[in-house]
Design a protein around this ligand. Structure first.
Ligand code: OOG
Ligand code: MG
Length: 265
């Protein structure tokens, strides 16, 4: 049985306070709500989205998380998770990120996609996604779990909007015929030193598969993936901890170029 609205409100209050107050909390499943399910957690996330929008913020675009096959196996789940990047979280490409606004932020490179038409599940497949992709962009997501030591279960991280904290979107380029997103190589560097590397295939075999999962999960909530919004398909490499002064750069092959920011204290 799903948790009732009173419990949804209570858990949303706790996570919202931690998000706004920038402090870490125990995971919800530790003592407060050990029975929290994935479905319950999306109710908490949805309530937090509703509150942010009511307060004047707006969704920039959806994000997928835990999209590497290794992570799904490790968590013993079939589906990755989704959350939302808000406009207030956006940092200009080449801009500055104020670390004091976060708890223990990490950065990770991602392949971003934009659709030309809305995508409505269920039953979406990769061919439909690829037909609808209008453009591709290089991105870096900044994640900042509100839980101590990034220690969470799937319901916890879903309730915390999948650790979303900030995002840097690079310039969009049209998806050309024959451009294989699985083959896109990504190099992630901090202060000119290579920290990690990976390719598009690390994201569920192909970044478009991530959008397939997103559309089919949103369909269960009666929602679609809207055209025009930047979609983060999930980290290509492990996330890297940030320190003041870090110059963070992700470089992508296939003419996608680079995206980056500087971390200030
Ligand atoms: C959860 C968010 C994961 C990604 O791209 O895999 C995520 C976390 O690791 O805190 O955004
Ligand atoms: Mg991410």
């Amino acid at each position: 049985m799903a948790i009732d609205d009173r419990q949804v409100q209570k858990l949303a209050d706790i996570v919202q306070d931690a998000q706004q107050g920038r402090y870490e909390i125990d995971k919800l499943t530790k003592a407060l709500c050990p029975q929290l399910t994935i479905a319950d957690a999306y109710l908490v996330q949805q309530e937090l989205v509703r509150r942010r929008v009511a307060a004047g913020d707006a969704v920039a675009g959806p994000k997928m998380g835990l999209t590497s096959l290794a992570k799904l196996r490790q968590m013993h789940v079939e589906d990755p998770v989704y959350g939302f990047v808000f406009r207030s979280m956006l940092v200009e490409n080449g801009g500055r990120l104020r670390l004091s606004r976060y708890i223990h932020p990490k950065a990770e490179p991602e392949i971003g996609l934009v659709l030309a038409q809305d995508l409505q599940g269920p039953g979406v497949g990769i061919t439909e996604v690829l037909q609808k992709v209008e453009s591709v962009f290089p991105a870096i997501e900044i994640i900042d779990s509100r839980y101590k030591n990034f220690d969470f279960t799937l319901p916890d991280v879903i309730a915390d909007n999948t650790s979303a904290a900030a995002a840097v979107y690079g310039p969009r380029i049209p998806l050309k015929a024959g451009m294989d997103l699985a083959a896109v190589e990504v190099t992630f560097a901090v202060n000119g030193r290579k920290k990690a590397a990976g390719n598009g295939a690390a994201v569920l075999g192909h970044p478009a598969s991530s959008v397939v999962r997103l559309a089919n999960m949103l369909a269960a909530k009666g929602q679609k993936v809207p055209a025009g919004q930047p979609i983060l398909t999930g980290a290509v490499t492990a996330a890297v901890m940030l320190a003041a002064g870090d110059v963070v750069q992700a470089e992508f092959s296939h003419d996608l170029g680079r995206v980056g920011f500087t971390a200030d204290g």
